[in-house]
Structures are given as structure tokens and as C-alpha cells.
Design a protein around this ligand. Structure first.
Ligand code: CUA
Length: 161
């Protein structure tokens, strides 16, 4: 009789633990709005209108101050805008804040040699801040399979003095 009660207790506790785990995960992704690494702000956009409305309608570099620039960049099948048709030119040793999103499917944004690496998800804005110490050219590659020309999706960042 006593054993039976303990068994019931432990089954109850195990179920409670499972429920707690599920609860924590749901809480993290809904209430706390957890995102994949690289996404700091939790800012969202509508992929259907991102090309026509808001800052991503005119992607490019904006100067905030002498020591701070920001870049609105689109990763889309199969280019980085800006960055692919012509290099994205940025000043060296200056704070650079990237805002990235995708109007179509998930892409990757990796700049080998700089430590920059993010996933770009439609509907979400990936925001990260960096500083390129010296004048140098970097490649940009997409590291998420995004369709037939994924392997050609690349760009260039030209850091100038
Ligand atoms: Cu974009 Cu792979």
C-alpha cells in the first residue's frame, strides 16, 4: 500500500518535470521571445512588404555619427543587397551595426576572417554590431542552403581607411 503511494508520487513528479521542461521551452520561445544566435533585438518585419516598406526597401549604409554607421542588408535568393552586385564599402575602425533580414527563405551570412556569422530568417531582423580594425576586403558567403544557386550566393565587404 505504502509502495503504491510512493510509486504514484514519483510518477506524478516525473510528469510534473516533463511538463515543466515543456513549459520552460514554450515560455522561452513565446513570452521571452527567444531567437537563434545573432538575433539580438527580436525585431520582426513582414517578409511580404519588406522590399517595399521600411528601411529594407532602400538597403544600404547609413551614417549615424562619425564613429557609428549602420547597414540595412537583405539576404535574398541569391544575392546580398548591398554586397553582391558591388562591394559593400565600410570605414575601418568604426562601429558598424548590421540589420539583416530575408524576403524569401532562410539564408546565412558569414564573413570569413571577421568572426561575423548569422542566420537570416524571413520575418526576423538579425542585428549585430562589429568593428573592422583595418582596411581590407572580406568575402561574404551564404552558409544556409537556400535553393538552386545557393553556392553562388556571395558578396564582398570592402573596408577602407
Ligand atoms: Cu542564400 Cu544559401
Amino acid at each position: 500500500m505504502h509502495v503504491h503511494r510512493f510509486e504514484k508520487l514519483w510518477i506524478g513528479l516525473s510528469l510534473l518535470l516533463i511538463a515543466a521542461f515543456i513549459g520552460i521551452v514554450l515560455f522561452g520561445f513565446t513570452v521571452m521571445n527567444l531567437k537563434v544566435p545573432g538575433v539580438e533585438t527580436g525585431e520582426t518585419v513582414d517578409p511580404a512588404t519588406v522590399l517595399s516598406e521600411g528601411p529594407f526597401a532602400k538597403p544600404g549604409v547609413r551614417k549615424i555619427s562619425d564613429d557609428h554607421y549602420e547597414v540595412y542588408m537583405l539576404a535574398q535568393q541569391f544575392i546580398f543587397r548591398p554586397g553582391s552586385t558591388r562591394p559593400l564599402t565600410l570605414p575601418a575602425d568604426t562601429k558598424i551595426t548590421f540589420h539583416m533580414t530575408s524576403p524569401d527563405v532562410m539564408h546565412g551570412f558569414e564573413v570569413p576572417g571577421s568572426g561575423l556569422n548569422s542566420t537570416v530568417i524571413p520575418g526576423q531582423v538579425a542585428t549585430f554590431t562589429t568593428r573592422f580594425p583595418e582596411a581590407k576586403s572580406y568575402g561574404i558567403i551564404c552558409h544556409q542552403y537556400c535553393g538552386s544557386a545557393h553556392h553562388n550566393m556571395q558578396g564582398e565587404i570592402k573596408v577602407v581607411p
